[in-house]
Design a protein around this ligand. Structure first.
Ligand SMILES: NC(=O)c1ccc[n+]([C@@H]2O[C@H](COP(=O)([O-])OP(=O)(O)OC[C@H]3O[C@@H](n4cnc5c(N)ncnc54)[C@H](O)[C@@H]3O)[C@@H](O)[C@H]2O)c1
Length: 315
């Protein structure tokens, strides 16, 4: 199979490429615009693989996208503007990349009769849940995005669903919870906490810090991605999560303990506007139908290994 992967120089996409090149015989083209979030260094260890090709460019560039899609069997679309805070400051680029870019890919996929199109979405399209409930997001939960980021991802999901319904395109959608692992940019909570703590700098925590996230290791997200790509049913949505809810303040305290740094580094700051309170994912569908399950579930052990990586890699 010839795969076109977009956004493969980012955090999750680069882990996916490494896995695909190691575990399958797929040939892969990585289309990445190399925005501030795209790092060629994330792909350094596999860039010489003969099955791998890198093309710098945007998913909004129709001519380039058509040229690459014409040679592919399947598309996995990771490319996105991904940081909620940036979407609050500059929503337009989120619409351009996440919505228009996805439509450009969908149009090319239809034109060249691509066999599978996997849209990497997010649980954030569902909005949030109250802290004092056991409710979890299922694939049938209402879409109630809170930020321009999650709204743009929800819009892209809807365009994918429409492409399946209207044109019969073989669309698959994954909606994963918060990822952690190596190679993530320090704009996100875990790498930010680690890099600040290593320099004995204050660590900003939004609001009361009680916001809950459902954390999954990036390598588990990517085994789910491959399972959906290979065995998912066209037109279906799959939630992906590891049943690992932790509040932001508890997470920062765990990381500080692993790093041997004092909790006095924590500094509560004004809350993010529209800040989602709690995410929780019901991933029974992918577990039951595709036989996937997370394996990197010893949170303390995985965090300790990740912290060691960040100590020796200046991000
Ligand atoms: N990080 C998470 O916890 C998480 C959770 C669920 C879903 N997701 C989704 O997974 C995907 C990847 O997330 P990430 O955390 O790796 O993001 P990231 O910000 O680390 O990487 C995004 C990549 O996309 C590239 N890109 C941006 N605009 C582009 C464009 N117009 N054309 C081509 N490439 C472009 C960037 O250069 C970068 O390499 C996103 O679609 C995101 O919505 C992320």
């Amino acid at each position: 199979m010839k795969l076109l992967v977009t956004g493969g120089c980012g955090f999750i996409g680069s882990h996916f490429l490494r896995q695909i090149l190691r575990d399958t015989d797929y040939a892969v083209t990585n289309l990445d615009a190399l925005t501030y979030a795209g790092r060629p260094g994330n792909c350094a260890d596999f860039e010489a693989d003969p099955k791998y090709e890198f093309v710098r460019g945007s998913i909004t560039n129709k001519d380039l996208v058509e040229q690459l899609v014409s040679k592919a069997d399947a598309i996995v679309n990771f490319a996105a503007e991904s940081h909620v805070d940036n979407s609050i400051a500059h929503p337009e680029i989120f619409v351009e990349t996440n919505v228009l870019g996805t439509q450009v890919l969908l149009d090319a996929a239809r034109k060249f009769e691509i066999k599978k199109f996997l849209q990497i979405s997010t649980d954030e399209v569902y909005g949030d849940l109250p802290l004092d409930s056991d409710e979890k997001f299922t694939e049938h939960s209402e879409l109630k995005p809170s930020s321009p980021y999650s709204a743009s991802k929800a819009a892209a999901d809807m365009l994918c669903i429409a492409a399946h319904r209207t044109f019969g395109q073989p669309i698959l959608i994954s909606r994963c919870s918060n990822n952690f692992g190596t190679h993530q940019l320090p704009e996100k909570l875990m790498p930010l906490t680690i890099s600040r703590a290593l320099q004995d700098e204050k660590i900003p925590v939004y609001g009361d810090g009680l916001n809950v996230r459902d954390w999954i290791h990036v390598l588990d997200h990517n085994t789910a991605t491959l399972a959906i790509l290979e065995n998912g049913k066209p037109g279906e949505i799959y939630n992906v999560g590891a049943n690992n809810e932790v509040s932001n303040i508890d997470l920062v305290k765990i990381l500080l303990r692993i790093l041997g740094k004092p909790e006095s580094l924590i500094e509560f700051v004004a809350d993010r506007p529209g800040h989602d309170r709690r995410y929780a994912i019901d991933s029974s569908k992918i577990q039951n139908q595709l036989g996937w399950k997370p394996v990197h579930t010893d949170f303390e052990k995985e965090l300790t290994e990740m912290v060691e990586w960040f100590k020796t890699h200046n991000t």
